[in-house]
Design a protein around this ligand. Sequence first.
Ligand SMILES: *Cc1c(COP(=O)(O)O)cnc(C)c1O
Length: 463
Amino acid sequence: MSAETASTKAERGAASAALTPDLPTASETVGGEEEGTAELHFDTLSVHAGQLPDPVTGARAVPIYATSSYTFRSAEHAARLFAGEALSDAHGNQYGRMHNPTVDVFVRRLMALEGAAGGLALASGQAATTATMLALARPGAHLVVSNECFGGTFSVVRKLLEPWGVRVSTVAPTPEAVGEALAQHPESTVGVWVETIANPSGSVPDLAAIAERCRAARVPFVVDNTWGCGGYLCRPFDKGADIVVHSATKWIGGHGTFVGGAVLEAGRFDWTDPKFPAFTQPDGRGRTYVSRAPKAAFTLRAYDLGLFTMGMTLSPYAASLALQGLETLPLRVERACATALKLARWLERQGAVTRVLYPGLESHPSHAVAARTLRHGFGAVLSFELASEAQARRFLDRVRLASHLANIGDAKTVVIHPWTTTHASLPESARRAAGVTPELVRVSVGLEAPADLEADFLRALSG
Ligand SMILES: *Cc1c(COP(=O)(O)O)cnc(C)c1O
């Protein structure tokens, strides 16, 4: 495939839009360079940002660039690319482990939706977590992680970080607990890590208040915004976060068809802080991450570790599915949240249900914080408890419309028993700390008609 089949701007972005400080503006990426189009709304960006129609073929959808490599225009061009220069006058694609034009449109669209200054896509949410944690930490460093995080996040902590000599404090994601943990290790803490909405308790941390503590301690604030649905329900950068991590497998993709992830950065953190020597350590050419990408130094390091070094690359086929997902993200998530709220209220009225956990319910302990941290809805996941573990498991055996599986964010409603599946590898005390009980059923609400879901649940609850 010749370089001319991609538009100039797509080419310019292809290698390093995520890394270059002079990113194309939203108006450039939607093709309208005239004034007044820079402040586009989320729904518009979700279908347009990061892409221009292909000027050669006219293809309106983003082509899948199934290529591992790219021709160089000259010896000079190749040498400049390998020197890591961000070339704005020519295509900057070097090799498929790092560069792909399809993947790049996905990254730039997600950056526009989240309001990011830098970003990269990776092979999975786990890859995004791994690259982020390794880019922040080093032996002797200290990381603060919410005790309500996704199980795979703790796997990275236990299997990679701790054996490597990183100390990790798991704390409740409250400003007070985070503040205490920061005060205990003022010089060595390299990050605070929370999730927008905890799984399955539905608790929502006060991101703005935690960001305040992090800023005062000069510690980067990382938010796993998977449950914030690509920025539609929550834009953590607006609350003061420095880094956002995504599993694109969930609502971004939205149809349970691939595994993918992303890391984004706000571009505000000062990476020349002595806590982060890797960012100012000169490479063989005397350049540093900070000198090469002053507004996206973290992205450059995560890219260097995650893609160049570890090869946790997102395939262009998956990126194409992720882009298709983003185009309907606001519609899907708005509907799923509305149905989740309806279903939560309906479940509250069922005699067999002893407790319903959904941040959209006034009864949820996080309701007030959720109301000021989220927008457009309270998420598409709810949990409820029945009288016994046996009843919870029986419910899963009896649903017909809802699928019993280990995923969330699918267009189809899915249910699971976290105590014996997703959270089973955690000690009982950790499970309970995360709000998981033997009686609890988790529901990720899809796009079915609410009445059909209620009928399915009623049948499974009764008899
Ligand atoms: C699923 C998930 C991950 C891991 O993502 P994968 O794409 O499955 O690797 C990380 N964080 C959260 C909150 C998740 O829900």
